[in-house]
Design a protein around this ligand. Structure first.
Ligand code: SAM
Length: 155
């Protein structure tokens, strides 16, 4: 299973790069816009493919001619797979205020299709949810079932 890092805002998203990426990595960046984060990823990674479905990609190509930019909708996984590249890490920024459902759908699709080691995603809503959430564990109740707290378990 891929490790998943959730960030809020572009500053946090880019802060992860020196911690998470090195020359052994082949990175897929989804939602590269004008290529500013792409340039930072390109400096660290062994290989980068940056995709976006919008027209900003044209300026990205002009600004950074050495980076491989592809105009692809990130939800079109089969087109990404046809690039024939084995990605170790995936960066996803399809706009920080997108609905959690969209973001999770993309994370889950890339986790199963590409089997990367790590997915870094920018999503304000998802990070807020994670900050408030606690994963329930029955072990934390000492083996007692929820709703029966305080009673001794039967022997
Ligand atoms: C906030 S901008 C990305 C900024 C960029 N990550 C950066 O750090 O400079 C979001 C980008 O996601 C792109 N986008 C949104 N949905 C997408 C999708 N399904 N596939 C590919 N790109 C998408 C938009 O076209 C837009 O350029």
């Amino acid at each position: 299973m891929a490790r998943i890092i959730v960030t809020r805002g572009v500053k946090e998203y880019r802060q992860t790069i020196p911690h998470c990426i090195d020359r052994l990595d082949t990175v897929l960046e989804i939602g590269c816009a004008w290529g500013t984060t792409s340039a930072l990823l390109h400096r660290r990674a062994g290989r980068l493919v940056a995709i976006d479905k919008g027209k900003s990609l044209l300026s990205a190509r002009e600004r950074y001619p050495r980076i491989q930019f592809e105009q692809i909708d990130g939800f079109d996984i089969s087109r990404v797979l046809r690039l024939g590249v084995r990605f170790t890490k995936v960066y996803i920024d399809i706009s920080g205020c997108r609905a959690i459902a969209d973001v999770l759908a993309m994370v889950s699709a890339y986790e199963s299709a590409c089997r990367p080691q790590l997915i870094i995603v920018k999503s304000t809503a998802l990070k807020r949810l994670l900050e408030r959430a606690t994963a329930w564990s029955s072990a934390a109740t000492g083996g007692r079932r929820a709703g029966r707290a305080g009673r001794r378990p039967r022997r």
